[in-house]
Each structure stands twice: as structure tokens, then as C-alpha cells.
Write a protein that binds this ligand. Sequence first.
Ligand code: FAD
Length: 493
Amino acid sequence: ASPSPTVIIIGAGMSGILAAKTLHDSGIQDILILEANSKIGGRIHSVQFRGHTVELGANWVIGGGPRSNHLYEIAGKLNLKTYLSDYGNISANIYKQEGGLYPKQVVSAALEVAETRDQFCTSFSARLSASGHNHDDVSILVSQRLFKEVPTTPLDMVIDYFYNDYEDAEPPRVTSLKNTIPRYEFLDFGDQTYFLADSRGFESILIYIAKQFLSHKHEVIRDQRLKLNKVVREINYSKNGVQVKTEDGSMYQAKYVIVSVSVGVLQSDLIVFKPHLPVSSFILPFPLPLPFSFIKQVLLNLKQQWKTQAIYEFDMAVYTKIFLKFPSKFWPSGPETEFFLYAHEKRGYYPIWQHLETELPGSNILFVTVTDEEAKRIEQQPDIKIQEEIMDVLKKMFGNDIPEPEEILVPRWWSNRFFKGSFSNWPIGYSQRRHMQLKEPVGRIYFCGEHTYSRYLGYADAAYFAGIETANHLIKCLKHEKYCNGHDRHSTK
Ligand code: FAD
């Protein structure tokens, strides 16, 4: 890497790698990628668990719809093993809080209500969008209230969780209807979701992309322009360039920087921006008379407040898959048993379960998905305590005569300082204008990441397109200064 590249990219997840590739392909090869972790991938993170590859992060790719999905296509090209997730039979697989299955016809009736409610929410969202009033938005919960069927029983709640929280990782109470429904991910790419379970991992999709522009030996990227274990702590920017400092004391200079870290990381104090993106407006006891430079600084700070607000008002949700390896299988297997739900009076209490008998036969691995406050509560406990809670739930479902797990694997996305959550979610009250500001450059700092791409927000596809979009924006600026709207740009509400 040159001592002073044109662009530094912070983060080597899907969006950072795509941004770097887009720059490279356009002829801007003088780049440097700084990644905090010891490998690329970010929230695409495959690990070995008792001899099997499991995905701590992204797991499903979507395909079969009107628009082709790059990630799905790459998975096909690499012959990665993917399995169509069949949720069709959950009506036969929902367990009561105290044990025993709900009768199929009871669940079918509840599912029918949920489906009609979902359709109502979709058409209500379309009506809001058609109204043309930018501010007309409600939470998904409000639209459910308008439908007059708000889920309150454990059964209705777990079904509603399956429809909403399982996708958004936050409850309908906080999620924006207009910016979440319809779910364009499925509308564009198809409603077939494929669970990727391959020994090479989901990561191999990203490695495949990275290998197209970074030097490599087999599956290992070895390129001077990618530096791993580099935790960025400070970004200094001015109209002349940027200076990036890392935790190990290194310093890098460039003309521009692209920041691809999650919105959760942006909300934390891991990276300090100098000058700061101020948190609130100035209500200081001003010294009088005010020096001109001070007034200029205050005005500049006020101008830039839009950015901090756009960052802090967005939501970083938490979605956690907890894996358990058992000595033997005690759950039903065979066709249409893969997914099973646990209904509890506390919404989201170890609600969605999946066995891997089809994907990893004989592995005796189960995993349960938890989100939001429950995920945060759970990840603060030691593994042994989590295992105890899980075993209580499993005993309710399958009886006391079940074996203890041999191992438990609990990802802690929320407390991990390089992520601070799993993926973003659009909260009610957050305008589209604010979202534009979330990705808008500040001076020579450009932003990408899944949170900046609204159409597929949260998904790996969002990260894919966000990287390309931001890099193209910067390429335009590098070619013609008039497109550098980050320079001295100020948008105020
Ligand atoms: P990241 O992957 O977070 O990349 C940012 C990079 O920046 C990271 O590598 C990080 O280590 C690095 N970084 C952070 N701070 C610093 C710093 N200070 N200095 C240097 N580097 C830094 N999507 C799907 O499409 N399908 C799914 O099934 C799916 N399931 C998911 C399940 C879970 C549990 C999670 C966590 C995510 C899931 N996603 C899924 C979402 C998908 O993984 C993300 O949207 C996508 O990977 C985000 O990519 P990104 O490049 O925007 O961010």
C-alpha cells in the first residue's frame, strides 16, 4: 500500500469490501482497507462448532424472485449448499408454555388471522405512502391496532414474533410501518429463503468477491492494501485530507475515507471524529464579545449536528442465534419439522427453534433465536446460566428425560465493540430525510454499511449495494469536484 492512498476504507465486511472493489474496478487502486478483526467478513462470520461450520451472523440468502440476487448467484456459482427453509408446517410445531403442542386447527386459525393482519398492514402502508405526506407513518403495532386484532395471547404473540421480530429484531411497537413493509427483500428477490449450510461458510461468498481484486493465495487474502487487526480510534478531517489513527499507534493519511462500520459502532465512542460531530446544540454561557472564529465554529457545529442526530436516532437491533450440541437427538425430525416455536407469556422468550437434521445430519445441533431486550439480557449472563434457562424450556417441550448439551455457543453481538448489535432497524419517527443524512458525507468522510441502504435495510444485500453506491458517489467526486457535496456541505432540517 502506498504511504498515502487516495481512499482509506474502514471495515472489511460486505459493504467495505464492495466499496473497495468498486473503487478498484474504476481505476482507483490506490486504496487501503483497515479492519479491526483478524479476518474479513464482519457480520458474515462462519465458525467451527464441534466439527461443523455454523454461521454466527448472516445465514439466509434470498432467491427465485423477479430480480436476480448477486449473493444467491455467487452461492450457486460456488456450489455452496443451501436449503430452502420451509416454514409451511409451523402450524403443527408450536409448543405451549407448559409443554404439549397446540392443536393444529387452533394454530391454523391463529395463523390465518396473522396473515390477514399482515396483509392489512401492507395495504395500509401503501396507503400511507400514496398519501404523499412525508411525515405520515405509524408503527407496525399501530397498524395492527387499526386492524383491531392485536396479539396478546402467548400463541398469537409467538406467531406475531415470527412475522415481525424474527425479521426486524425489534418489536412492532418500535418499527416503522412505512419503511419496513412491504419487505422489498422478498418482493424483489423472491419469497424463497435459502439457509446456507456449507463447510466453506457464508464467508466464502465474500472471499470470492474479495479475491476478484485483492491478491490472494488460495482462500487467504494477502494484499498490502488490506490490513487486519487495525482498530481505528480517530479520524481527523479537514478540507485538505484525512488522517486515521489506529489503536496500535499507527497513523494513515489519505484524501478520503469511507467508514463502513455499523450504526451501532457509530453510536459508540470507539471512533472519535475530529472535529467532533456534535451531539447537541450549543447552550453555553458565551463569553462576550464573541470572537469571529468562535462564532464560525459554533455555526459549523450547528450545521453538522444533523449527522450526529441521524446516527443516534436510528436503531441497531440485536438478533442472536444460540447453538447447542447434544449427544443425541430428542426432537422430532423428518420432513416439516425443522422449525418449531415456543409460546410464552413473555414475548420473545426463547421463541424460535431450528434443528439441523437436514443440513448437518447426525450433528445433533439445535439453535434458538432471540432478539431485542431478551437478547441483551441473555448475552449478559454466563453461558452456564443461559444453558440452564434453555434446558428448562427444552424440558417443557420434550420432557425431563433429555440429555444435557455437550456444548453451547452464545454469540454476543451487542457487547462486541466492533458491532454493538446485529443489524439496523428503522424506528418509528425517523424520517426519510434523516435517513438520507445518515449516508451523506461529512467533508471528506463518506459512509456506507447496511444501515445506509434503505431498500434492503439490515440484510447482507443492503451492505452489498451500500458499498457500491457510496464508492460510486466518491468516484464521481474524484472525477468532478462539483459532485463532492460532502465538502462544506451542510444540510439542516
Ligand atoms: P459489518 O459486517 O459490520 O462490517 C463492518 C466492519 O467494520 C466489520 O468487519 C468490523 O469488524 C469493522 N470495524 C468495526 N469497527 C472498526 C474500527 N474501529 N476499526 C476498523 N474496523 C472496524 N443478512 C442476510 O442477508 N441474511 C441473514 O440471514 C442475516 N442474518 C443475520 C444474523 C445475524 C446474527 C447478524 C449479526 C446479521 C445478519 N444479517 C443477515 C445481516 C448481515 O450480516 C449484515 O447486514 C451485513 O453483513 C453487514 O455488513 P456491513 O459491511 O454493513 O457491516
